[in-house]
Design a protein around this ligand. Structure first.
Ligand code: A2P
Length: 343
């Protein structure tokens, strides 16, 4: 893609990730000549703000991609499956935030800090990984470069934002209801139209996305398969437990890795400190470690609580936090587009 001003479509521009894509395009001064925000019939007549001006939302349809150079998709997998190939046929390059194409061997799955060299293999569509996967691989790739990772065990603490604007809205309404609680509102009441299977406020829900035959959820298996694809790993053992937590927008992860060779904690810290997109925040005695409240709104992924396993060889425990909407979705998509421009 040539470095010139581009006509950019954002599919799902009214959603939590789509709106953040607009902010990231603005703040990173991405060379946009025309912005085309696309959404559903429900958003007809509305506008979004871009560079201080309102831009009319258009309803997504067959003709939406005429003249578009770059299309950022974040409106769910079925919309991507139907419209991303149409956008490519119309001449656009697609960066797709859904799960529709991530495991297609022909489609690059990119985290720029980890595998940007794969971008050039695209044939029109580039997939943006799942939020938990992006946040984890940015943090562990520097360690993998020191010594190949041979095993991963991850537990995620995923924010409401992972279920989009309606997820954050449901959590806020439940918390508000809790603050104004009268004896007539039962403690376990779930917000109307919540995308979660149970009340989230004051709770933990150990099931994200649908259950698979093997007892793991689709979210957990995404982390396994996507991590192997992005990091170019052989089928090493990886397992995950993904939990929804009552946090607005940053995901946290407890991750245990085993490397081929022994590493010192100093080496690990130094590798993280010297890598782009990730910051060390590891002074637990001073109560300094990453937390979702602090990391929300940040571009980088933060790592702390780095420990060497007391019993297992070459095994390390990490605590990782990243803003789900930013690096976990919108920022990573725009960074992929920036790499396209540079390439
Ligand atoms: P709309 O607001 O018009 O429904 P989130 O994941 O935060 O809920 O956002 C989902 C995004 O995907 C929204 O921008 C939503 O637009 C968009 N979307 C959902 N269904 C469609 C559809 N059928 N056509 C176009 N956009 C859609």
């Amino acid at each position: 893609m040539q470095r010139r001003k581009l006509r950019v479509a954002v599919v799902g521009a009214t959603g939590a990730v789509g709106e953040e894509m607009l902010r990231v395009l603005e703040t990173r001064q991405f060379p946009v000549s025309d912005l085309v925000p696309l959404a559903s019939e429900r958003s007809r007549g509305r506008s979004v703000a871009f560079r201080g001006k309102p831009v009319d939302i258009r309803v997504l349809g067959k003709e939406s991609f005429q003249g578009i150079d770059l299309a950022l998709f974040s409106a769910g997998a079925s919309i991507s499956r139907e419209f991303a190939p149409q956008a490519v046929r119309a001449g656009a390059v697609v960066v797709d935030n859904s799960s529709a194409f991530r495991m297609d061997p022909e489609i690059p799955l990119i985290v720029p800090e980890v595998n940007s060299e794969m971008i050039s293999r695209h044939k029109g569509i580039i997939a943006n990984p799942n939020c938990s996967t992006i946040i984890m691989v940015v943090a562990i790739a520097p360690i993998h470069r020191l010594s190949p990772i041979q095993r991963i065990v991850a537990s995620t603490y995923q924010a409401a934002s992972g279920a989009g604007a309606k997820g954050m809205d449901a959590l806020l309404r439940e918390v508000e209801g809790e603050n104004q609680r009268s004896t007539s509102v039962p403690l376990n009441s779930r917000a109307k139209d919540s995308p979660f299977p149970h009340r989230l406020a004051g709770n933990l829900i150990p099931r994200i996305d649908v259950l698979q035959e093997n007892g793991y959820t689709k979210e957990e298996m995404k982390l396994v398969f996507e991590t192997r694809k992005i990091m170019g790993l052989p089928p090493i053992p990886i397992s995950a437990t993904c939990v929804r937590v009552p946090v607005e927008r940053a995901h946290s992860e407890s991750v245990q890795i085993t490397t081929r060779d022994p590493l010192s904690l100093e080496e690990i810290r130094e590798a993280i400190q010297n890598s782009p997109g990730v910051q060390l925040q590891d002074s637990p005695r001073e109560d300094v470690y990453p937390m979702p409240l602090i990391v929300s709104g940040e571009d980088d992924v933060f790592v702390g609580r780095i420990r060497k396993h007391p019993d297992e060889r070459n095994t390390y425990d990490l605590w990782i936090v990243g803003d789900q909407i930013r690096k976990g979705a919108a920022l990573n998509a725009v960074q992929i587009a920036e790499k396209l421009l540079d390439g």
